[in-house]
Design a protein around this ligand. Structure first.
Ligand SMILES: C[S@@+](CC[C@H](N)C(=O)[O-])C[C@H]1O[C@@H](n2cnc3c(N)ncnc32)[C@H](O)[C@@H]1O
Length: 238
């Protein structure tokens, strides 16, 4: 493990501690959301076939990393996570592709990109561990570590602006934050505005899908300029 020297805690910042959840994480997810989170993560997997250098932030136990390696035989991946136990699970899960994976036990908000330029960034249910200011800084920093036309795949919880959002999604998100606050010490208590943060950093929303009435959203962003559109791009949803 390229464990930024210390596999126990990456640095002094007050990071959530997911180590105790690594073994249970998958089962907790299935018990609460069934297959929905997995569907959300994998919605745009077929779009990633041309990726060659991927950076995955906070992939936890590595299920998505393993899926991407299995479906794209050419991609090399850097995986950054603050939890050494999560990274160990990721390494076990990706054992058969070990030569294509480098892991870094580090705070993604401070980590210096391992081998830029990346043509793919992946953040599944990770940005919600950060504040809007942190997402904004991260997006700006990553914009400098990617190749032209790079993609950024995001899965997140969301609170739609409707009655379902007010009465169902908002309380569900609040309960999740309470639970993760208790279990990991996560301090964040509300979803960051990752959409504005990515837009302001120069990313363009290309595709979007939602599940469970809009509680879950999967988005494919690109760093394409007008001169470098990604092929077959669709209009974003509302
Ligand atoms: C909610 S889990 C999401 C795991 C997985 N991506 C998924 O889709 O279920 C958040 C993951 O991000 C990691 N994490 C949280 N804050 C981090 C930070 N600042 N830097 C690096 N990793 C972080 C945690 O250790 C954990 O593995």
């Amino acid at each position: 493990m390229n464990a930024a020297a210390n596999p126990a805690r990456p640095d002094e910042r007050d990071l959530p501690d997911f180590n105790g959840l690594a073994a249970l994480y998958r089962w907790m997810e299935y018990a609460t959301f069934g297959p929905w989170l997995c569907w959300c993560r994998c919605a745009f997997l077929p779009e990633l076939k041309r990726s060659r250098r991927a950076l995955v932030l906070g992939d936890g136990d590595g299920r998505f990393t393993a899926r991407l390696l299995a479906t794209n035989a050419m991609v090399q991946m850097d995986a950054v996570d603050a939890s050494a136990s999560m990274l160990r699970s990721l390494l076990r899960r990706t054992e058969s592709h070990a030569y294509r994976v480098s892991v870094y036990c580090a705070d993604a908000c401070r980590w210096q990109a391992g081998s830029p330029p990346y043509d793919l960034i992946v953040t599944h249910f990770f940005l919600d561990c950060l504040t809007t200011a942190e997402v904004r800084n991260l997006a700006k920093r990553l914009r400098g570590a990617i190749a032209p036309g790079a993609l950024w795949l995001v899965s997140e919880f969301a609170v739609p602006q409707n009655r379902f959002g007010r009465w169902i999604a908002r309380p569900v998100v609040a309960v999740l934050y309470q639970a993760f606050g208790l279990l990991t010490g996560l301090k964040v208590r509300s979803l960051p505005d990752h959409v504005a943060s990515l837009r302001d950093a120069g990313f363009t929303l290309e595709k979007r899908r939602t599940w469970l009435g809009g509680l879950l959203v999967s988005q494919l962003w690109s760093a394409a300029t007008e001169k470098e559109p990604i092929p077959a791009a669709q209009s974003p949803g509302p």
